[in-house]
Design a protein around this ligand. Structure first.
Ligand SMILES: Nc1ncnc2c1ncn2[C@@H]1O[C@H](COP(=O)(O)OP(=O)(O)OP(=O)(O)O)[C@@H](O)[C@H]1O
Ligand SMILES: O=C(O)[C@H](O)COP(=O)(O)O
Length: 485
């Protein structure tokens, strides 16, 4: 049965008028992320796990400080995520010390082993540079892909030239991640030098978080820095196990910044606070939607999951993607939004296709009028307009998951329009956080990544944080010492 449209649920039952207009505008200049994160640095904030303090983060810090001082139960998870930072270590702590740095250098490579996107390498550089500038000997480690045993195509060797170029010195590469040869290379590492270990996943013990293996990795170094945000949701030997044998174990700058935004900013946002959730299925986003319903004022839904919501409301969805076993869940999420006073908007019109292909025939129809044999592959222009109007009222926006099948140009319009809208709002001072995965790819495709407040380097890790989960790679690090501010 169709449920009546409520004040909190966008009415699907009115007829949308397809139009070519969109309120999306091109990005206007905005303070860069670097400016935002460097201009207002304050040591007490860093001690609490914050690298940055724009006005939004300052508010978050206040909440975290209150929580540290015995604040509300809702903040408990946040408090335990306040970790000691590499920025808290003095030059004396680092000079001549062997530092095991776990980064997430899991970058895409083409068939010729060329790096096709170096974002994760660039994101790891500030921590590495900080360490070498303070005279540390950096033992850099990462996984690449999901190898089963030693697999040459997953070697970290192709990363050496780009890493050396970005760090500004020639780095040395080991053929293994433990063992006598590695120990020799560590022993010959000069202060300020960098040794890249081979893919840590060449040992099955890595993913098993085998304590003996963790001990071997730890034995290479004096202290530990985890900057691998993208892998922080994995309790592996190099992300979690080693912390038991290396003290201090601290967060790198990237890890810290991800937490600042995905935990700090989301837990105490400038309001109104909107979330845009898309992607293929409701089932993969249930946790995120439920968690965000506790926090946001506005929730915009797009992507393949909307058809399950439409069907739950009694609408025909043609051959669109539907999870039949999630219809009741969709209904209960709509009810929960209403109960929480969250304004939940579903697209009023969709772009439909006669097949799942880049060259499919397509047309725009109201969401309530999808004919049999056609499938929805993007949100329509009226939806872009109403989503944009809703976003115009906000101060903080978090986005996870594309609005349509953006891999096909014909069905990328809605996703790209939302990316441009966020870029426009970012230029006007709205905090814009892109939660990893495909939405990051979409933002990069449109060329507006640099104007967003924060682009997460983690797919699964950012999703888990948004679901309100604590990440083992973060939990294992030393607690920040609470200080008065
Ligand atoms: N209407 C639709 N029908 C079918 N698939 C869709 C539709 N809209 C979006 N998708 C697909 O959803 C996929 C992304 O879904 P996913 O849930 O993985 O999103 P994500 O959270 O951004 O990604 P990640 O899990 O990597 O973080 C894209 O490949 C896109 O083509
Ligand atoms: O790409 C990622 O999401 C991270 O590098 C983690 O990789 P994994 O899912 O193979 O652990």
């Amino acid at each position: 049965m169709a449920s009546a449209a409520s004040p909190t649920t966008f009415s699907l039952l009115h007829s949308a008028t397809p139009s070519s207009s969109s309120t999306a505008t091109s990005a206007s200049p905005s303070p860069s992320r670097v400016q935002l994160t460097s201009s207002l640095r304050a040591r007490p904030l860093r001690r609490l796990g914050f690298a940055a303090a724009d006005p939004l983060l300052a508010a978050s810090v206040a909440a975290r400080v209150a929580a540290v001082r015995g604040g509300g139960k809702g903040a408990r998870g946040v408090v335990s995520m306040a970790k000691k930072s590499v920025g808290d270590l003095s030059a004396a702590d680092l000079k001549g010390k062997k530092v095991f740095v776990r980064a997430d250098l899991n970058v895409p490579l083409d068939d010729n082993q060329n790096i096709t996107d170096d974002t994760r390498i660039r994101a790891a550089i500030p921590t590495i540079k900080h360490l070498i500038q303070n005279g540390a000997k950096v033992i850099l480690s990462s996984h690449l892909g999901r190898p089963k045993g030693v697999t040459p195509k997953y070697s970290l060797a192709p990363l050496v030239p780009r890493l050396s170029e970005l760090i500004g010195i020639q780095i040395v590469k080991a053929e293994d991640s433990i063992g006598p040869e590695v120990e020799k290379l560590v022993a010959s590492l000069p202060d300020g030098g960098v040794l890249l270990l081979e893919n840590v996943r060449f040992y099955k013990e890595e993913e098993k978080n085998d304590p003996e293996h963790a001990k071997k990795l730890a034995s290479l170094a004096d202290l530990y820095v985890n900057d691998a945000f993208g892998t922080a949701h994995r309790a592996h030997a190099s992300t979690e196990g080693v912390t038991k044998y290396l003290k201090p174990s601290v967060a790198g700058f990237l890890l810290q910044k991800e937490l600042d935004y995905l935990v700090g900013a989301v837990s105490n946002p400038k309001r109104p606070f909107a979330a845009i959730v898309g992607g293929s299925k409701v089932s993969s986003k249930i946790g995120v939607i439920e968690s965000l319903l506790e926090k946001v004022d506005i929730l915009l839904l797009g992507g393949g999951m909307i058809f399950t919501f439409y069907k739950a409301q009694g609408l025909s969805v043609g051959s669109s993607l539907v999870e039949e076993d999630k219809l009741d869940l969709a209904t209960s999420l709509l009810a929960k939004a209403k109960e929480k006073g969250v304004s939940l908007l579903l697209p009023s019109d969709v772009v439909i296709a006669d097949k799942f292909a880049p060259d499919a025939n397509s047309k725009v129809v109201p969401a309530s009028a999808i004919p049999d044999g056609w499938m929805g592959l993007d949100i329509g222009p009226d939806s872009v307009k109403s989503f944009s109007e809703a976003l115009d009222t906000t101060q903080t926006i978090i986005w996870n998951g594309p609005m349509g099948v953006f891999e096909f140009d014909k069905f990328a319009v809605g996703t790209e329009a939302i990316a441009k809208k966020l870029a426009d709002l970012s230029g006007k001072g709205v905090t814009t956080i892109i939660g990893g995965g495909d939405s990051v790819a979409a933002v990069e495709k449109v060329g507006v990544a640099s104007v967003m407040s924060h682009i997460s380097t983690g797919g699964g890790a950012s999703l888990e944080l948004l679901e309100g989960k604590e990440l083992p790679g973060v939990l294992a690090l030393d607690e920040a010492v609470p200080v008065a501010v």
